[in-house]
Design a binder for this molecule. Structure first.
Ligand SMILES: [Zn+2]
Length: 116
């Protein structure tokens, strides 16, 4: 806002449809809790890990065995042999599987979805 007399003038004429928030917490868990509280967001457990990390599309309703994966998947052979079920994004066909270390998912394609 300007400091001129009268009605304040916005510095940016375009309305910004989102809020910005500076996170202060150091750990991932504390950061998540801080952001959820700041924006008044709720998290439903049944909605966790239901969206593709690449495109935010929803997963197909049921996991698939390795033999039923899309033909162009690039899941490494060792992973195909090790896991019984894979979750596939209904929008972009990214393939995910549950990782054995901690709670999370990994994807066979390069990108931001590894180690969710
Ligand atoms: Zn996707």
């Amino acid at each position: 806002m300007s400091i001129d007399e009268g009605e304040p003038t916005p510095l940016c004429p375009i309305p910004i449809p989102f809020k910005a928030f500076l996170v202060h917490a150091d750990t991932k868990r504390a950061q998540l809790e801080e952001v959820l509280a700041a924006f008044g967001l709720g998290v439903e457990e049944e909605a966790l890990l239901t969206r593709c990390a690449r495109c935010n599309g929803q997963f197909r309703p049921e996991p698939l065995p390795a033999a039923a994966l899309p033909a162009d998947h690039d899941v490494p052979p060792g992973i195909l042999e090790k896991h019984l079920e894979f979750w596939v994004c209904a929008r972009c066909d990214a393939v995910f599987w549950q990782v054995s270390y901690g709670a999370g998912w990994a994807t066979g394609r390069p990108g931001p979805g590894v180690g969710l």
